[in-house]
Ligand binder design. Structure first.
Ligand SMILES: Cc1cc2nc3c(=O)[nH]c(=O)nc-3n(C[C@H](O)[C@H](O)[C@H](O)COP(=O)(O)O)c2cc1C
Length: 193
């Protein structure tokens, strides 16, 4: 089968692994191929927050054939090259460490290199950042990335949609990611709809 639509997802070492899992449940509805990578620190936090031992467990079991998993050290992987087309990248959750490395152009692993590719090729790069409070260094790095074309999308759910569960709060943030990707899938009603 030809993979007409491809997207990259990176999971990094911030809190909020539930956001990643929820996004990965939805993406197979739209994309033929999902490239998935996690930093070493992300794997530790996945274990803490979800009890997940291996990255493959983050892909929904019914759709695993649509996923290609890569090691974060694999700089020979297809998404490390701008010549390999994929539509964009979501980093979820996105640590401030990764924000700093991307903002500085330090493409020393597959997460930061694929982000670099998305910026230079003018593809979508969505950073679902989670840290609080934010230091001046974080804010400057985020500004640099916004100026370079990234979408900074904090994992900050709103409460006006009437959330009753953690799942509702997750869906609020992932709905914003899907809207930014432009896929027309809605997980929550928009204000006034
Ligand atoms: C339990 C735990 C939670 C963390 N949460 C965050 C977070 O929400 N945001 C953040 O920027 N860093 C967080 N960190 C720190 C990062 O994991 C650390 O800076 C790490 O170097 C990031 O690695 P990576 O960017 O390569 O994934 C957390 C660390 C631990 C152990």
């Amino acid at each position: 089968m030809v993979d007409h639509r491809r997207i990259m997802v990176a999971i990094t070492g911030a809190s909020g692994m539930l956001y990643a899992r929820r996004l990965l449940e939805i993406l197979p509805q739209v994309y033929d191929r999902i490239y998935l990578v996690a930093s070493d620190n992300a794997l530790d936090i996945m274990r803490d927050e979800l009890g997940v031992e291996r990255l493959v467990e983050m892909a929904p079991s019914g759709d695993r054939s649509k996923f290609s998993l890569f090691s974060s050290t694999d700089l020979h992987a297809p998404p490390a090259s701008g010549s390999h087309f994929y539509e964009g990248m979501v980093i979820v959750p996105c640590s401030m460490g990764v924000v700093g490395r991307i903002a500085s152009g330090i493409s020393n692993d597959l997460v930061t290199r694929a982000a670099d590719v998305c910026l230079k090729e003018k593809r979508k790069l969505i950073l679902v950042v989670r840290e609080t409070p934010l230091s001046l260094i974080h804010l400057r790095n985020l500004t640099t990335l916004a100026e370079a074309g990234a979408v900074v999308l904090p994992a900050a759910p709103a409460f006006y949609a009437g959330a009753k569960s953690i799942g509702d709060l997750l869906d609020f943030v992932i709905d914003r990611v899907l809207c930014t990707l432009g896929e027309g899938i809605r997980l929550v009603k928009g204000w006034g709809d």
